[in-house]
Design a protein around this ligand. Sequence first.
Ligand code: ZN
Length: 238
Amino acid sequence: MQLKLLWDLQEIDLAIRELEQKIEEAPALSGVKEASEDYERLEKEISEKGSLLKDKRKILKNLEMRDQKIVEDRKTLSDNMYDGTVTSIKELEQMQRKMELLAEDKQKNEDEILLLMEFVEEQESLLEYKTKELEKCKQELQKKETALEEDLDRFRRDLVNLQESRAGLAEKIEAKYINKYNMLAEKHQGEALARVGSNDICGGCRVFISSALRGHLYNPEAIVYCENCGRLLVRLDS
Ligand SMILES: [Zn+2]
């Protein structure tokens, strides 16, 4: 009877051990860390792209103001040239030259504006795409975090139940059995007891039980150790 209880205790202890390992490994297996890194990487990329875009828009605005200024300068120059106040040919020629330079300048400025506008539009649609991606990333992360929390809650609840069952069971077992069990469990990774089936094989090390020992196993109170691995042998029905 005591051996049967001890066997049940071992089953509970092994289940507790497995559950504790699950709790320890759950965060790494959940993918939360990876999803969180993905999210942060994308968020950083968006922020960098956003400030680049802001800079480029500012430059674009300056170029547009410059264009406006060239238009005004040309108008003033043209007014001065044709209002009849300037009569010197040389001076008029210089003004004409300046007019041509302003035209070249305007063309160059317009080309720059066009290029920059294209770039800004491209970056804006890219930013829009990345922002949608970020939202997806965020949902993915939240989903994984929730799943992890639910798993951990369940594992912890199961653990508490197992610990309660263990305490109730341990009370029914004599101290000398518990002590032996603890000692052997430490030596055999928690598997202090080995079951012997109808094939007369030790469930711990898969070695045949000698006929000398076999007889003792029919006495439910007898303490019999496997000659090969040293585990406490227990013969259970079924
Ligand atoms: Zn054995």
